[in-house]
Write a protein that binds this ligand. Structure first.
Ligand SMILES: [Zn+2]
Length: 336
């Protein structure tokens, strides 16, 4: 298994489908994929093994993820979190209409729309993409077709317009109708339903397209995939992601969290969090980074570092979710 991740250059381009299939062959069945994705999504991704090519693999991933049911969590009188078929979605609803942050995957638009309709018949005025990944930005076209503006960082448009390989899947350039309608460089504010919503660019961390979304009145912060609550995060080095950026992003969010009274923090994946959960995650990132940086500086190869199990004491807590420890160690090594 380690051999699949031993070549830094290859890993920097993120796992090729061949790596994924080879790894699957070694580990057998869904186990290979379970370390990349949470159990429910891992089942969906097991379909990748039968997919004839990377484009079909992306379609299979979408179809499998779309079947996951939507959970609803009310955060404030006006703000709701939806979880399930993709990254966590946050909705601000009020007389001016709805603002929706992230969109789930294609195929989950109908159940998402049903949930939005159940909140009231106000229009969807704006949709925000926290970053370019398909499990967050996949329904832009459907939202545009109901006249919502789609707001994102300018790099999201760039990444969605390219052919991109990710975790054995190939994403072809999005049609023009699925691109953001409004983009920004550093900051963008929305004033809706008496709440001021701050959209802020974060230097490359999970990708080079990441933004955070802060609802100032409700004190709700959506961090997208800068935060995987309770598990090692995926970092997409193929579009600029790196461990130091992830730590800087967590530090930035904690600065905000420390001055808010009752902050609720929505991760890209995992349960709703508070300041304490984000602090633990940030401290874990720093510990892992420091240990691996020390070994790399001492001249150890990636293979040696992975074999030395530098996260052994942390794995019981953090290694049971999205990423298997060996894979996470490889990513951190290669982005230092
Ligand atoms: Zn992501």
């Amino acid at each position: 298994m380690r051999g699949s991740f031993a070549c830094p250059r290859r890993f920097m381009n993120i796992l090729t489908r061949r790596d994924l299939l080879r790894t699957a062959g070694v580990l057998g069945g869904g186990a290979a994929l379970a370390y990349l994705f949470p159990p429910s999504i891992a089942r969906a991704y097991a379909l990748l093994q039968q997919a004839p090519d990377p484009v079909a693999a992306a379609a299979a991933a979408r179809a499998g993820t779309a079947k996951i049911p939507i959970d609803v969590t009310k955060l404030t009188d006006t703000i709701t979190m939806l979880s399930g078929p993709g990254g966590n979605v946050v909705v601000l609803n009020g007389p001016d209409g709805k603002v929706v942050v992230d969109t789930f995957v294609q195929g989950a638009f109908a159940p998402l729309q049903q949930r939005l309709d159940a909140m009231g018949n106000t229009p969807i005025v704006s949709v925000v993409n926290t970053h370019w990944h398909f499990d967050h930005a996949d329904n832009n076209e459907s939202f545009r077709s109901v006249n919502a503006a789609v707001i994102a960082h300018q790099n999201t448009t760039k990444r969605l317009s390219e052919t991109r390989d990710l975790l054995g899947m190939r994403f072809l350039p999005a049609p023009k109708g699925a691109l953001p309608t409004q983009t920004f460089d550093q900051l963008h504010n929305l004033s809706v339903n008496g709440d001021l919503v701050h959209l802020g660019y974060v230097p490359p961390a999970h990708t080079d397209t990441d933004i955070t979304v802060y609802f100032t009145d409700g004190e709700v912060l959506h961090m997208g995939d800068l935060f995987f609550n309770g598990m090692y995060p995926f970092i997409d080095a193929s579009t600029g992601g790196n461990i130091n950026g992830m730590i800087a992003a967590a530090d930035g969010a904690l600065k905000l969290a420390n001055v808010a009274m009752t902050i609720k923090i929505v991760p890209g994946h995992g349960p709703l969090a508070d300041r304490g959960a984000l602090t633990k995650y940030r401290d874990m990132l720093v510990t892992v980074r420091d240990r691996i940086a020390k070994l790399k500086k001492a001249g150890r190869t990636e293979k040696e570092v992975v074999a030395s199990k530098p996260t052994a004491d942390l794995d019981a807590t953090w290694g049971k979710g999205f990423m298997m420890p060996d894979v996470f160690v490889g990513i951190v090594y290669n982005t230092l």
